[in-house]
Design a protein around this ligand. Structure first.
Ligand SMILES: [Ca+2]
Ligand SMILES: [Ca+2]
Length: 195
């Protein structure tokens, strides 16, 4: 009987461990010790959101073993050539604003320091892959050598576009945010371990 009673407790512990997820809403003034600069040191909080003054990759240490990240990304500047996004393991997803003031390209690229030399791939308004959008709930997940991205532009939980790209090498886990020159903001990050 003692074993039978303890079994549900054990199962409960196992389920909660599998479903462990880390979150950050950035509703404070400083990033704090959960965020470590990987490249650049300008990742910061402004108006209760993440952004970065210069080119920066910033690692979210509670998500070191997670392979899925969901985050709200919004345009703040109408600068061509700037970007912001999220990375999981060796896969980055960069959103690029255009002169329209909207994102007009969504690009898979190797994360800085990944050592991967694949060129990556962009999905663009010009190629009719997407239509321009100013804000989206973005999910990036890695599985083996492939990265999968979902872009939800009206926050209804249903992606308007889903893309994937095979990087040709195991991508692994670990989540962070990236961006430059305050081109975008990121908010309400949620990470998890997904199959
Ligand atoms: Ca916030
Ligand atoms: Ca949607």
């Amino acid at each position: 009987m003692k074993f039978a009673k303890s079994l549900p407790i054990l199962l409960s512990v196992m389920v909660s461990a599998t479903a462990f997820a880390a979150t950050d809403n950035f509703n404070r003034t400083t990033l704090g010790s959960n965020w470590v600069p990987l490249i650049g040191t300008s990742g910061k909080i402004a108006d209760n959101k993440y952004t970065s003054d210069g080119a920066a990759y910033t690692k979210f240490t509670p998500a070191a073993n997670d392979n899925q990240a969901t985050v709200t990304i919004a345009v703040t500047r109408q600068d061509i050539g700037h970007y912001g996004g999220v990375y999981v393991g060796k896969a980055s997803l960069k959103l690029r604003p255009a002169s329209s003031g909207k994102f007009e390209a969504v690009c898979f690229e190797p994360t800085v320091l990944s050592g991967l030399n694949t060129p990556g791939k962009c999905f663009t308004v010009g190629n009719h892959d997407i239509t321009g959008f100013a804000k989206a709930r973005v999910t990036l997940r890695t599985s083996g050598a492939s990265a999968f991205a979902d872009i939800d532009t009206n926050n209804d939980g249903v992606p308007e576009w889903s893309f994937w790209y095979n990087f040709g090498a195991t991508l692994g886990a670990g989540v962070g945010l990236l961006g430059n020159t305050n081109a975008v903001t990121q908010d309400n990050l949620a990470t998890s371990l997904s199959n």
